[in-house]
Design a protein around this ligand. Structure first.
Ligand code: APR
Length: 263
């Protein structure tokens, strides 16, 4: 990765007053959590999204969908935040006007110390009653605590809601479902108001999340991308840093505050 590009990005980040960081599956790749669309390793190269990540799939075979989410939750629970997650938590402490937005359903940002990241696509740690999301999160059967170490594709019956005995569903946003309104509104507002947006480890093909960097660019912000591969977001970015999150972000953060003479 060119040093010149990193220094320019560091200058922008180091002097920013409002920063948005948008992350995708790539930020967790170096923690051992598979991405969705990367070659053979991506989840969608190995599993059928239509059979595992839609409301129809859950209604057709809840045990398969629940089992698969428990497998993903088990993998995430065994993973640790990487230097990329830690660097983002540092940005949040350095720039008080910063907002972290993630498409990821893992809890690695929180475990790295990031406060209140906006989860656009929900969370594997927020299951809820199918009948009424307002029902208290108390369930009969397995949901919280250590996942049952299912191997991929094993069927596990979802728990039942303690209030109404309806099925409990994973708290993730499935294909064809709307994003949580409050999260999306907060994300768009932060993108409109920021002066620098960092987009990290997303392929930029899933909307409306992929719109966020474009909203920021249209509002005059400098968009910086961290991704080892080119994406459709390249053309809205002022700087494309070709590298992995765990390598590029710590270097960027170190350079940014070195640039401003703040240790
Ligand atoms: N560091 C940075 N970027 C990486 C790394 C890494 N170590 N490894 C892979 N990447 C990049 C890939 O080049 C790719 O552009 O991360 C991106 C991952 O893309 P996807 O797998 O498509 O993940 P994402 O963009 O988060 O998907 C969006 O799609 O399947 C749905 O709901 C799911 O939130 C997800 C959404």
């Amino acid at each position: 990765m060119e040093g010149v590009l990193l220094r320019r990005a560091a200058q922008l980040l180091g002097s920013a007053r409002r920063v948005v960081v948008l992350t995708g599956a790539g930020i967790s790749a170096e923690s051992g959590v598979p991405t969705f669309r990367d070659g053979l390793t991506g989840l969608w190269a190995r599993f059928d999204a239509q059979r595992l990540a839609t409301a129809e799939a859950f209604h057709a075979d809840p045990d398969l969908v629940w089992g698969w989410c428990e497998w993903r939750r088990a993998r995430v629970s065994r993973a640790e935040p990487n230097p990329g997650h830690l660097a983002i938590a540092t940005i949040q402490t350095r720039v008080l006007g910063s907002t972290v937005i993630t498409q990821n359903v893992d809890d690695l940002h929180e475990r790295a110390g990031t406060r209140a990241p906006i989860h656009l696509h929900g969370s594997l740690f927020a299951p809820r009653c199918v009948a009424a999301a307002a029902h208290p999160a108390t369930f009969e059967g397995t949901s919280d605590g250590e996942p049952a170490q299912p191997h991929e594709g094993r069927r596990i019956p979802p728990p039942r809601c303690a209030s109404c005995a309806a099925l409990v569903r994973p708290g993730v946003v499935w294909f064809g479902e709307p994003l949580p309104e409050a999260a999306l509104t907060a994300a768009v507002e932060a993108a409109v108001a920021c002066d620098v947006l960092l987009t990290v480890g997303t392929s930029g093909v899933v909307h409306p999340a992929a719109e966020i960097p474009r909203v920021a660019a249209r509002s005059g912000a400098a968009v910086i991308q961290v991704n080892p591969q080119p994406t459709p977001l390249d053309q809205v970015c002022a700087i494309n840093l070709r590298g992995t999150a765990a390598h590029v972000l710590p270097a960027l953060v170190a350079a940014a505050w070195e640039e401003t003479g703040e240790e």
